[in-house]
Design a protein around this ligand. Sequence first.
Ligand SMILES: [Zn+2]
Length: 259
Amino acid sequence: MPYRVLRPPYCYRWAVLLGVVVLAVAGTVSLFHSAEGAPTPVPAAQSLPTPPPGEAPPPVGGDLVRTTARQGRFVALTFDDGPDPTYTPQILDALTRAGAVATFCMIGANVTRHPELVRAVVERGMRLCDHTLSHDEQLPGRSEQRMTAEIAGCWSELQVAAGTDVAVPYFRAPGGNWSAPLSAVAARQNMKSLAWSVDSRDWTLPGTPQIVAGVQQAVRPGAVVLLHDGGGKRVQTVEALNQLLPWFVSQGYRFDFPG
Ligand SMILES: [Zn+2]
């Protein structure tokens, strides 16, 4: 592993690994998770307000990104909870055929299992987003050390998987459960907190036509669209994407990254 990957102050792999081991022993790390729109119950004492399914999370200090980088008739597609060996390649192929770009919010545990998919995403000109090591949806209620370990740990896995220094300009909170301290930890690691303005609700498996229609009705110039390439069966998402990509083009949309 190239030594230059280990940058202070937050990227000491040993510290991260130690933190993960301690947390695992404590029984608090869960590698199982649900999709963004369906957050698991959070104990009241720890919880922050959770947005109802389908609703964008509330602003945290006004610094959540939910628009495209450029103004105009642009849309930013974002895919969460991968990489997934079945669906991520299909989505990459669809995006490439359409000449589109997208942002992939990856979970560190999946990155470790499928590092080649990180390289494929980067080689196709897509951007990476840190979606934490273990997708702990109660992260806003955890300690700052835990938040840091989850975010820095995923960042480190992405670097190792890419095999070179790779940009990870965004962080997305698991379950869309944001808090000001969580965004602050991400900001200290030079990551923008990436929310969304359109929830495709693909995680509810409503059927391909419903995903397509929902996005078509909700999208506006500058929208950031939430989709999923991991976390379950994503056949509907792939089918919807294959319909939505030419539709976006026909409507004069171009593809951009979040701002
Ligand atoms: Zn997620």
